[in-house]
Design a protein around this ligand. Structure first.
Ligand code: IPE
Ligand code: MG
Length: 223
């Protein structure tokens, strides 16, 4: 979800206004995904690198996250949204951690769509953490025994399908430490639209593009 800061700058407003506008649009996008049969949507809300931003911006992002969990709970329940947070949340303020746990528990039986919010998340962190978790679950095991499947089962996305479509807004053509392992065969969609302007119509454009892709997963084209 890139481009909030630039969106605000273009309007001579503080970056935080861009974050607020960007977060306000999320509900409609989640609903549009659910309506179109998307079963898993992962939003990159806060990376392990974002701590390096000015402290007022970091606290605004935390505040927006808390607000989102508070305000959206009713809609998430009504629409069957299961919320999961991917990332090391132990670094977050106590209040936010509690709200995250409460929201995850409250929505655990919803199954229309799973909304993963990646927060204090990094793809490299996810992989290293998975190896550590695997080693902990298999005391005395040699690393030689570790398979791709084992590793996948200890990622934050364990049990979920791999990524089909990755959308990055804001004009950059980078992965920026998002779901590194999970995007191995994803279709990558980079668009110039800044995140606060990325609406359902934009989403549908991305889906239309995705529908035209031929996915071979390393094999030869089907005849
Ligand atoms: C949102 O966009 C990213 C986060 C949610 C942290 P940016 O804040 O990176 O916006 P730009 O790239 O400065 O425009
Ligand atoms: Mg950015």
């Amino acid at each position: 979800m890139d481009g909030n800061g630039r969106w605000a700058k273009q309007r001579h407003m503080p970056r935080t206004v861009g974050h607020a506008k960007g977060s306000a649009g999320v509900r409609d996008l989640v609903k549009a995904c659910a309506d179109q049969g998307v079963r898993y949507l992962t939003l990159f809300a806060f990376s392990t690198e974002n701590w390096g931003r000015p402290s007022d911006e970091v606290s605004t992002l935390m505040g927006l996250f808390i607000q989102y969990l508070e305000k959206e709970m009713k809609a998430m329940q009504a629409e069957g949204v299961r919320l999961q947070v991917l990332g090391d949340i132990s670094a977050f303020p106590e209040e936010l951690q509690q709200r995250i746990h409460a929201a995850q528990n409250a929505t655990v039986h919803n199954h229309t769509i799973t909304l993963n919010v990646a927060a204090n998340y990094g793809g490299r962190w996810d992989i290293v953490h998975a190896v550590q978790q695997w080693a902990q679950a298999h005391p005395g095991a040699s690393a030689q025994q570790l398979t791709e499947q084992d590793l996948a089962q200890h990622l934050s996305t364990a049990g979920m399908p791999e990524v089909d479509l990755l959308i990055r807004t804001g004009g950059e053509s980078r992965i920026s430490n998002f779901l590194l392992w999970q995007v191995a065969y994803a279709e990558l969609y980079f668009c110039d639209v800044l995140w606060p302007d990325f609406d359902v119509q934009q989403l549908n454009q991305a889906f239309a593009w995705f529908a035209g892709r031929e996915r071979r997963f390393g094999a030869v084209p089907a005849v």
